[in-house]
Ligand binder design. Structure first.
Ligand SMILES: *Cc1c(COP(=O)(O)O)cnc(C)c1O
Length: 525
């Protein structure tokens, strides 16, 4: 066991007293604030100008050593050396989402108004839990909620709150659906007061087999367990099959189970597929079940004139998840949870005398904490606010449209290529495919199992090589147990030419892998 001993030769905090108060954001230090903020912005500006690849390919074991050498109890005392250190530890090997060849996850490049809003909201540091900590900030958030609800078509009684992300929004949805059911039970005083009702093991949440894993996580957190999530089969296009949903609901009745929510996904994480919202909504209405629409990915369609119709039916939802930090091009975090009936948000309300007393709510004070799982909460709503005030929704919609169109173009390119297998026509901006060279056809014919295993290894190799070389960062997923590669397109600056170049590199590394295998294959056969 080692005990950390204070080094007497190092100055203790008293020696830093002047520096410490110098670092407070206040009128007294507005000049230092300006100079140092400018310095940071300049650092980022210069870095971005230099970045020539999305990632350097650094491995965790390579970076870990650099971090171990840093003693957090030995401050550097000023900005310059700290920035130099940070460049080395972080910026030099960061993953750059703005780079056209970053096409991996649902991370977007961000628009300037969103970044500028961060420059305003951080120093002022409003907390959006109560009116008395945010004032106008609360109305900015409420305006964004009202604007989003109106675009969805949730009606006059809709309400909602900003959240940390789609995961938290989905958790809220399922919690409220669970408590909405609890509130309907005779002789049960509600989950909030009494905990789960005696029948809690019979509660079920239905989502398609490719819905987001936050459903499972939420079910566990909510005391229902993973077992409560019932997967519903999809059609060939990875959309929830209404027939399967119908069968599942009938099974619930037959097995004395209680479906409390159906989660339809508008833009699945893996494929971008949109569940048939109208048909799912009709089944929910018929069975009196809560419909949550997880539009974390597809939400950006709300701004698109050309593709808004793909969300038709979303207006029937009881609740909706929207991630502005995906398809609205906003910095992380920026997300919302919305409900059709504002009174449903009462399930998350708790009145604390020191913060949000009941009398304050009755007097009409708008305290967002009454609708939120969080207490202290970032003023994230300022980011889409400034974006809408400067650029407007159409401009965002056009950026999303561009990547949707790009997905079709690269799909056509891959389909024409003899060495690639494409899984489906891209429903949004995701293209799922794998390298499957014609040269392996012999193996495929004679040993189909070995062929599949080889393809998995081959595609895994190609993906990690691209990343290691910094040529491109692409995603992977498993479909039917097999490894597929994925372009998740969110950067309107990515061109077809960039993607064709990546495809060329995939072929190159794939071919090299096959060539290296040939001797072993010859020995094996
Ligand atoms: C990204 C995503 C989520 C989770 O959102 P976070 O903001 O990452 O928490 C939920 N559902 C879907 C469909 C998503 O694509």
């Amino acid at each position: 066991m080692t005990t950390k001993v204070l080094d007497e030769s190092k100055p203790l905090s008293s020696a830093f007293a002047p520096l410490a108060t110098n670092q407070l954001f206040s009128a007294r230090h507005s000049e230092a604030y300006w100079q140092q903020a400018t310095r940071c912005i300049d650092l980022v500006r210069r870095k971005v100008a230099q970045v020539d690849r999305p990632f350097t390919g650094a491995r965790p074991e390579e970076l870990r050593g650099l971090f171990q050498a840093v003693d957090l109890d030995a401050p550097l005392g000023s900005l310059e050396p700290a920035l130099q250190e940070l460049s080395r530890l972080y910026l030099d090997d960061a993953v750059y989402f703005h780079h056209p060849r970053y096409v991996a996850h649902l991370n977007c490049p961000v628009v300037l108004p969103g970044i500028l809003a961060e420059a305003i909201l951080s120093p002022i540091n409003s907390s959006l839990d109560t009116w008395d900590q945010s004032a106008g900030g609360t109305f900015v958030e409420q305006s964004l909620i009202d604007w989003t609800a109106a675009r969805i078509g949730l009606g006059q009684d809709a309400d909602g709150v900003f959240t940390s992300g789609g995961t938290q929004s989905n958790l809220m949805a399922l919690m409220i659906a669970r408590d909405h059911y609890g509130a309907s039970l005779e002789g049960h005083g509600g989950n909030k007061h009494e905990g789960l009702s005696a029948d809690f093991r019979r509660l079920r949440i239905l989502g398609s087999e490719v819905s987001h894993f936050s459903l499972q996580k939420s079910a566990a957190i909510l005391g229902l367990g993973y077992q409560a999530v019932m997967p519903v089969a999809c059609d060939d296009h990875y959309r929830m099959s209404p027939e399967s949903l119908k069968t599942r609901l009938e099974e619930c009745v037959a097995m004395n189970l209680i479906p409390i929510a159906v989660v339809a996904t508008a833009g699945t994480t893996d494929f971008g597929s949109i569940d048939p919202l109208e048909e799912v909504a009709a089944l929910c209405r018929e069975h009196g079940i809560w419909l949550h629409v997880d539009a974390a990915y597809g939400g950006g369609l709300l701004c698109s004139r050309r593709y808004r119709h793909r969300l038709a039916g979303i207006e029937h939802a009881d609740s909706v998840t929207i991630d502005y930090h995906k398809t609205f091009f906003q910095p992380v975090s920026c997300s919302a949870f919305l409900v059709r009936r504002r009174s449903d948000l009462r399930h998350v309300t708790y009145h604390a005398d020191y913060l949000n007393p009941r009398c304050q709510a009755e007097a009409g004070t708008p305290d967002q904490v009454n609708k939120s799982l969080q207490t202290t909460k970032r003023f994230d709503a300022l980011k889409p606010w400034l974006t809408l005030r400067i650029m407007g929704a159409d401009a965002l919609g056009e950026m999303f449209e561009r990547v949707i169109d790009l997905a079709s173009e690269v799909h056509d390119e891959l389909v024409r290529h003899p060495d690639f297998e494409v899984l489906l026509d891209p429903p949004m901006s995701t293209v799922v495919f794998r390298y499957r060279p014609a040269s392996l056809q012999e193996v495929e014919r004679h040993e189909p199992e070995r062929h599949e295993t080889e393809l998995d290894e081959l595609n895994t190799h190609v993906r990690s090589t691209l990343s290691r070389n910094g040529e491109a960062v692409i995603a992977a997923t498993r479909v039917g147990g097999r490894l597929y590669l994925k372009f998740t397109l969110l950067n309107p600056d990515t061109s077809l030419k960039d993607l064709v170049a990546i495809i060329e590199r995939i072929s190159h590394h794939g071919q090299a892998w096959c060539d290296a295998q040939t001797p072993t294959r010859a020995v094996a056969s």
